[in-house]
Design a protein around this ligand. Structure first.
Ligand code: NDP
Length: 450
């Protein structure tokens, strides 16, 4: 490639999408640089999916310790030390940060640990004042947590800070009814916090199937999580003893020790010089791209949460890979298929889904068949835990083709990954019925649904 530019590719943002794109572009022979103003690894690795999942594991021991008595075990004086878990999790985050950095270095990707801004069509200026040029530019800056606009909102934290707390809050109010709210509600509840979720409507996890949402709400309430619906923030006041008084619409004030905002994430596209070089943004600040992740400016691309297509790590990784293969690879252009993306909420218990919900399928297909299995997992039966699981399969009535599978159950995300292959491949209910069950498992319900 011509040496007219310092680099063939300059990536802004070393999260999941940016790292994958840079590494693959470099392996195709491109000269690549990447800038990251926080830590290499991005939200997922540093302050998202990965440390969150470790907290979910840590939290689940609370139930295991309770349940194990029915299995004959006695654990005397079980205690939980937040700082031990927190520090072990953060140490593992450091390890992963090192691995991600190493991966880039091993592919000869130059890393700038500072903020980068576009200052010309092919020009990037770094915080240190250094100016570089690149033939192609990739924006992979992710998204940042949104804070409700209310007086005192500076007293609340976001998921970014939740991993660094000095102690488990005795009383925590979580704002929002989505992924982060339900996941952290489960975590803090297991650690002994009094958890209250407040949500502006009465709908949790809007994109998931209604029956599963209802089941999660019922189980969460049984576990002691409080919900306040149609509650919008009016304000937060800090009291002399450090506690916070939260006022909201339709409900009485609530005094808590911590407020966690989980009200969505906004594409991180401000102050990057994007509009100055003519890159078009959508109403929510997201970068508008075509199916090859190209913006309206020919040599500028964007992947991951900053494009707000599907805000999930594996999607960002696929977009990064497809971009690098398209622009620097020897083959045909590759577009990412955003349909039928499986997802999971790591609540207690978790939810997992792929394809259309019952409501969506009814609206889109009209004639559908719904199969379900509502059961109490064997482990819960012996433990005396009154917690039922629910599996749902939605099929096109005429062809029998499965258009959606939805589960709320222990390990639902683990089971879903395999089931999602079948749905993506267009298999039918008859294909599932023809598969012999593995007994005794929860997963066997997938092939036994009626
Ligand atoms: P979500 O989009 O999941 O949920 C946001 C919640 O906040 C919704 O209940 C929404 O209500 C509410 N809300 C939005 N704006 C406001 C507002 N201005 N005032 C009050 N409430 C508001 O976002 P999260 O923050 O939980 O997570 C961000 C994203 O990160 C997710 O969309 C997901 O893509 C990703 N993520 C994925 C995880 C996973 O894969 N397991 C885990 C964590 C995050 P309404 O429904 O009315 O809009």
């Amino acid at each position: 490639m011509a040496d007219e530019y310092d680099y063939d590719l300059f990536t802004i943002g070393a999260g999941s999408g940016g790292v994958r794109a840079s590494r693959v572009a470099a392996s195709h022979g491109a000269r690549v640089a990447i800038a990251e103003e926080f830590r290499v690894g991005g939200t997922c690795v540093i302050r998202g999916c990965v440390p969150k999942k470790m907290l979910v594991y840590g939290a689940h021991f609370a139930e295991d310790i309770e349940d194990c008595q029915k299995f004959g075990w006695t654990i005397e004086k079980a205690t939980f030390d937040w700082k031990t878990l927190r520090d072990n999790v953060l140490a593992d985050v450091d390890r992963l940060n090192g691995l991600y950095t190493e991966t880039l270095e091993n592919h000869d990707v130059t890393i700038f640990h500072e903020k980068a801004t576009l200052t010309g069509e092919h020009e990037i200026t770094l915080a240190s004042g250094k100016v570089v040029t690149a033939k192609h530019i990739l924006i992979a800056t992710g998204a940042t947590p949104r804070r409700p606009d209310c007086p005192g909102n500076e007293h609340g934290i976001t998921s970014n800070e939740a991993f660094h707390l000095d102690a488990v809050p005795k009383r925590i109010l979580i704002a929002g009814g989505g992924y982060i709210a339900n996941e952290f509600a489960g975590i803090f509840n297991e650690f002994g916090s009094q958890v209250t979720i407040i949500n502006r409507t009465d709908t949790l996890l809007r994109s998931y199937d209604e029956s599963l949402r209802d089941r999660l709400l019922q189980i969460s309430m049984m576990k002691g999580i409080d919900f306040r619906f149609h509650a919008e923030f009016r304000g937060i006041e800090k009291n002399d003893d450090g506690s916070l008084t939260v006022s909201m619409t339709n409900h009485e004030d609530l005094e808590v020790d911590c407020v966690l905002f989980a009200t969505g994430r906004t594409p991180h596209t401000k102050d990057l010089g994007l509009q100055e070089v003519g890159v078009e943004l959508g109403e929510g600040g997201e970068i508008l791209v075509d199916r090859f992740s190209k913006t309206n400016v020919d040599h500028i691309y964007a992947v991951g949460d900053c494009t707000d297509r599907v805000q999930l790590t594996p999607v960002a990784i696929r977009e990064g890979q497809a971009f690098a293969d398209t622009v620097f690879g020897p083959g045909d252009p590759v577009a990412v298929d955003h349909s039928c993306v499986a997802s999971a909420v790591f609540s207690h218990p978790p939810i997992a889904a792929v394809g259309m919900t019952e409501g969506e399928a009814r609206n889109k297909l009209g004639d559908i068949k719904v199969y379900q299995s509502d059961f109490r997992p064997m482990k819960n039966v012996l433990a005396g835990r009154n917690e039922r699981s629910l599996f749902k399969m939605i099929c096109d009535a005429s062809s029998g083709k499965i258009v959606g599978i939805h589960m709320i159950a222990p390990e639902a995300p683990e089971m879903m990954q395999a089931a999602a292959i079948a749905v993506k491949a267009g298999l039918t209910k008859a294909d599932f019925d023809a598969t012999t069950a593995i007994h005794p498992t929860m997963a066997e319900e997938l092939v036994l649904m009626r």
